[in-house]
Design a protein around this ligand. Structure first.
Ligand code: PMP
Length: 408
């Protein structure tokens, strides 16, 4: 290809990237410089090596600190020896190794539901469920702050998309009333804990609306699975609502420290998904070693309650400290603790200033959050200690002072 034709084909990309850069919205992937050493595996993810620096990690979704747990790594290597590296085909062709069924049976029992289905990841699970359950002409009612994979699932389904204001039940009911045709299937969908705000959905009231308007209710437990509920079942379970939510979805990529995702529901709904969910049907199954790792993580999540308790205690304390210092945040009980900044460039600069002081905390900017709501998203892990976090908070406080100075 000649140089000239390349310029004319790709110049719109260059232009768009420059425009993003000018609004402090350009994204880049920074390399991690070294993996944890053998002895450090148990605390994997707590320290990151970036830009020649060791950084204390306050930006991971590895909430229970399980990503480096040697028991999970061993389960993966045993499965790899037994089954090899890949599933080799879709689960509907010849990829459905026994380890899937074993995991799905345990998932269903853990969640107190008839059946479960494993998906490649949370993104695919949301895409696969919503696009299978809803059709053109149906109506999906979705919280404005729901995760991008939910939004993409709705787009793929071609159903009408009604976004209600965040956790605003009056607005949701107004929309449900307005679009209450018996010919339409209706789905209400929400994150249980919101990924960027860290607050929780009003699940009791959502169940009431589901009952009143004959809608299906789907809850994404990506940030509450493993963390909430007596055995880490999630927020639906903690509130005793798990039997009244039609689809409970969760991931293995966050608190479980692995990869993959699941959906728990009545058997008929799961059977329907096996027949209609395109990301499940037309994509290769997860590697058996990943399934085995997720299964071992499930065993640990169910039995090691102390990890949840420690995370809860650390999160409450961290929030309290931020509040005491007047750092603007959003009330909640989760380990996701936003520091609201507003301006994109200021959020990026705050993140770099934190890195200079040895802390990794990413700046979250639009479109991940609404315009004007850029922030630093702190997320805590059960493997953090109060003493380490106290030191980190000192640095955060110092950076807050410097940012204010710069902003004057
Ligand atoms: N749902 C929510 C609420 C999420 O935050 C995420 C991940 N960021 C996903 C789904 C997608 O999960 P996964 O990373 O397993 O694809």
């Amino acid at each position: 290809m000649s140089e000239d034709s390349r310029i004319s084909r790709y110049d719109w990309m260059e232009a768009e990237l420059s425009e993003r850069e000018s609004r402090a919205l350009y994204r880049e992937m920074k390399n991690l410089e070294r993996p944890p050493k053998a002895g450090e595996l148990g605390s994997a993810g707590k320290w990151l090596y970036k830009g020649g620096k060791r950084l204390y990690n306050l930006s991971s979704n590895n909430y229970l600190g399980l990503s480096g747990d040697p028991r999970i790594a061993q389960a993966a290597s045993r499965a790899q020896e037994q089954w090899g590296a890949g599933a080799t085909a879709s689960r509907l062709v010849c990829g459905n190794h026994g380890c899937y069924r074993e995991l799905e049976e345990d998932l269903a029992a853990w969640k107190g539901r008839e059946a479960a289905l494993v998906f490649a990841n949370g993104y695919m699970a949301n895409l696969g469920v919503i696009s299978a359950l809803m059709r053109r002409g149906d109506a999906v009612f979705s919280d404005r702050l729901n995760h991008a994979s939910i939004v993409d699932g709705i787009i793929l389904s071609r159903a009408d998309h009604f976004r209600y204001r965040h956790n605003d039940l009056e607005h949701l009911e107004f929309l449900l009333k307005k679009h209450d045709s018996p010919a339409q299937r209706k789905l209400i969908v929400t994150d249980a804990v919101f990924s960027m705000d860290g607050d929780a959905a009003p699940l009791h009231q959502l169940v009431e609306l589901r009952n009143r308007y004959g809608a299906l209710l789907m809850v994404d437990e990506a940030h509450s699975g493993g963390i909430r509920g007596p055995h880490g079942e999630g927020l639906c379970h903690e509130y005793g609502l798990h039997e009244q939510v039609d689809v409970i979805m969760g991931t293995f990529s966050k608190a479980f420290g692995v990869y993959g995702a699941y959906v728990c529901a009545d058997r008929v709904l799961i059977e329907y998904l096996v027949n209609a969910s395109r990301p499940l049907i037309y994509s290769t199954g997860l590697p058996p070693m990943v399934v085995a790792a997720a299964h071992e993580a499930l065993r640990i999540v169910r039995s090691e309650r102390e990890r949840r308790e420690k995370l809860r205690e650390l999160s409450a304390w961290f929030r309290q400290q931020m509040h005491a210092w007047g750092l603007p945040s959003i009330p909640g009980e989760s380990p996701i603790i936003p520091w609201l900044i507003g301006d994109n460039a200021r959020a990026l600069q705050t993140s770099s200033m934190l890195a200079e002081r040895g802390i990794s905390a990413v700046a979250i900017r639009p479109p991940t959050v609404p315009d004007g709501e850029a922030r630093i998203r702190f997320s805590l892990m059960a493997t953090h200690t109060r003493a380490e976090l106290a030191r980190a908070l000192e640095s955060i406080r110092a950076v807050a002072g410097e940012v204010q100075e710069v902003g004057r």
